[in-house]
Design a protein around this ligand. Structure first.
Ligand code: FDM
Ligand code: MG
Length: 215
């Protein structure tokens, strides 16, 4: 970092199929970071509070039908409309914990199997956004996630589709992802998450530059 300048925050992303436990782990992580005095914020994508996010919400709740390319690009736009604020917070030393990000964008759209929206197309649309310092991938069998409460009301929450999403995540994951078996108890998962996040926060603070998708 610049001498005397702020130490940048880390970009930590949680990924996984619906109902795998991301939101629980994100909240537990935020509490543990704040207890340790690490300045941190928790965001989720899609951000349903913006006008673009409102369109995405209607699509997910099946109140609107949209072309697969259009909804894909709305998810991308929804990340890009938060890009500058993300970069500003990170540069100022805030660690950002994201409940889903570009990796969801690729995995869910590519899982549709639409020929002109393959993983290559999806990845290309994300370049220009910052890469995660750490991706925590909560891996769960869709039969198990489906048995958890709340599954089934939104678009995409169908076991057959979730299986395809899981296989897309499998193709996307590189050796740097922290892949965890999400069938473990939440506290046990959190201990593994907290250790890896602490290392990511230290690397970021030590001046490791923020990457770009898909470097
Ligand atoms: N989703 C999420 C996508 O299809 N593309 C994306 O880029 C993102 C961020 O939206 F089914 C899907 C994943 C999920 C749905 O996410 C809403 P939450 O986490 O269940 O709210
Ligand atoms: Mg969901």
């Amino acid at each position: 970092p610049a001498p005397g300048g702020p130490r940048r925050g880390a970009l930590v992303v949680f990924e996984g199929i619906d109902r795998c436990g991301k939101s629980t782990q994100c909240s537990l992580l935020l509490e543990s970071l704040q207890r340790r005095g690490v300045r941190a914020e928790l965001w989720r994508f899609p951000d349903r509070t913006t006008p673009i996010g409102g369109l995405i919400n209607e699509y997910l709740q099946k109140k609107a039908a949209l072309d697969d390319a259009v909804i894909h690009l709305l998810f991308v736009a929804n990340r890009n409309e938060k890009r500058e604020e993300m970069l500003r917070l990170l540069a100022g030393g805030t660690t950002l914990v994201l409940d889903r990000y570009s990796y969801s964008g690729v995995a869910y759209t590519a899982a549709k199997g639409v020929p002109h929206l393959d993983a290559g197309f999806c990845r290309a649309a994300e370049t220009g956004l910052p890469a995660a310092d750490l991706v925590v991938y909560l891996d769960l069998d869709p039969e198990q996630s489906a048995a958890r409460g709340g599954f089934g009301s939104e678009r995409y929450e169908k076991v057959e589709f979730q299986k395809k999403v899981r296989s897309q995540y499998g193709a996307l994951a590189d050796g740097r992802w922290l892949r965890l078996d999400a069938s473990q108890p939440a506290e046990q998962l959190q201990a593994q998450v907290a250790a890896a996040v602490q290392r990511a926060v230290e690397r970021a603070a030590a001046g490791e530059p923020l990457g770009r998708l898909w470097d």
